[in-house]
Design a protein around this ligand. Structure first.
Ligand SMILES: Nc1ncnc2c1ncn2[C@@H]1O[C@H](COP(=O)(O)OP(=O)(O)O)[C@@H](O)[C@H]1O
Ligand SMILES: C[C@@](O)(CCOP(=O)(O)O)CC(=O)O
Ligand SMILES: [Mg+2]
Length: 404
């Protein structure tokens, strides 16, 4: 997590990360999944400059790069596409952008893909035949990068919303109540989400679209094959998020599941179906909990679903010894955990049912801390992409954009 020096000019947006409750990986195969936004966000600021250059600063991943507008103009035939009709790059164009950025065509380094994603979205949305704007783009996040909490989608959503807004392709964002934040119309939000999905495609290869949808729309949702259904009434669940800090990339993990599916379709297919069954059962329990008083039985079922799903994810080959350790530690205290996101490292979450003794939580935290893992309690839900307004000529600079 890095800090960016202040600036009173420009556009500032932010977008949240997410936690997938159930359905990761299966959702890539058109199965239903449940996810909710997190109170951890990525911030992006665009400022105009007069240097005839585009500067991209991504301190979280140690990237700072500047291109002259002339070299961009000379290299590419612009615009790439109609910014109101998002399309992914063709294989040829992707290869051209990678070559320009000095990145090997078959790179597995997803950090480098952040630069490619930026270039594709920037040159698609902001450039016209005659003009490329001279801009500085800075991104900073309080989400861990590459840990299963949707940092790639938050990054893509920030890029999409800010570039569209800068070019005035979205209407003026509307102030949320009397706050310093604003959001867009349904039509604009849809366009932002479409571009954020294209960003995810560049970073992942084959995303389902769930992460960018949660990051754009916020709240909790049920997602299946591109259909987004908000879940209005998710019970107030207490969850612990645990970051094993084992690095991994979603692109790699998704490709691994594909290989396993191709090799054993009659075995892996039913596992994916069963994961969808878990999502359906979980949503049913949420509805029951909302209609009446949540009972111990409801929480016991939620615990079972977490445990069964973790076993399925292990079968898909996306667990990791560090994630297994988390499950083992929490289970020894009677609480159940599962990995969240692509797995292979990164994060897990633990359900903390009401009535759980605080000593139990304290002991779990201590044991995981001794293993070198981060552990924090979080809330689910909260707003999707937002613009941060400069009501009095200065931005209410978020924590990551300090004034000194
Ligand atoms: N704050 C950030 N700054 C720059 N790039 C980011 C940032 N957050 C995410 N990314 C991009 O997203 C990639 C991580 O995406 P991914 O492997 O899907 O993990 P996750 O989405 O679970 O965090 C990074 O390698 C980088 O390309
Ligand atoms: C594994 C998957 O279901 C979720 C990946 O989430 P994350 O990038 O690990 O936060 C992939 C997808 O849905 O696109
Ligand atoms: Mg991701």
């Amino acid at each position: 997590m890095s800090q960016i020096p202040p600036s009173d000019d420009g556009i500032v947006v932010s977008a949240p990360g997410k936690v997938i409750l159930h359905g990761e990986h299966a959702v890539v195969y058109g199965k239903r999944a449940l996810a909710a936004s997190l109170n951890l966000r990525t911030f992006l600021r665009i400022t105009s400059n007069s240097s005839h250059q585009v500067s991209l600063r991504l301190p979280d991943i140690g990237v700072s790069v500047t291109w002259s507008l002339g070299e961009l103009q000379e290299t590419f035939t612009l615009p790439f596409c109609d910014p109101m009709n998002p399309v992914p790059p063709s294989a040829d164009l992707l290869a051209q952008v990678k070559k320009f950025a000095g990145i090997e065509s078959d790179t597995v380094n997803t950090k480098q893909l952040a630069v490619v994603t930026f270039l594709y979205l920037f040159l698609s949305i902001s450039a016209t035949h005659k003009n490329i704007p001279s801009l500085t783009i800075e991104v900073a996040s309080n989400l861990p990068t590459g840990a299963g909490l949707g940092s790639s989608a938050a990054f893509s959503t920030c890029l999409a919303s800010s570039l569209l807004q800068h070019r005035r392709l979205t209407s003026v964002a509307l102030q949320v109540d009397k706050s310093n934040t604003a959001t867009w119309s349904d039509k604009d939000i849809k366009l932002i989400n479409q571009w954020a999905f294209i960003g995810e495609k560049v970073i992942h290869g084959n995303p389902s679209g769930i992460d960018n949808s949660v990051s754009t729309y916020g709240g909790a949702l049920n997602f299946q094959a591109g259909n987004i259904t908000p879940i209005d009434r998710v019970p107030q669940l207490r969850i612990l998020l645990l970051n094993t800090k084992v690095p991994r990339s979603t692109k790699f993990m998704v490709a691994g599941v594909k290989d396993r599916y191709n090799k054993y379709p009659e075995i892996i297919g039913p596992v994916l179906d069963s994961i969808e069954g878990i999502s359906q059962c979980c949503e049913r329990i949420f509805t029951e909990m909302d209609k009446g008083t949540p009972t111990q039985e409801h929480y016991d079922t939620l615990k079972d679903l977490i445990d069964i799903n973790q076993n399925h994810l292990r079968t898909l080959g996306v667990s990791h010894p560090a994630l297994e350790r988390v499950c083992h530690v929490t289970q020894s205290h009677g609480l159940y955990s599962k990995l969240t996101g692509a797995g292979g490292g990164g994060c897990a979450f633990t359900l903390v049912p009401p009535g759980t003794c605080e000593d139990v939580i304290g002991n779990i935290r201590q044991e995981l801390k001794e293993l070198g893992y981060d552990c924090w309690e979080t809330t689910m839900g909260g707003p999707g992409v937002l613009q941060h307004l400069s009501l009095d000529g200065t931005f209410p600079i978020p924590a990551l954009f300090p004034r000194n």
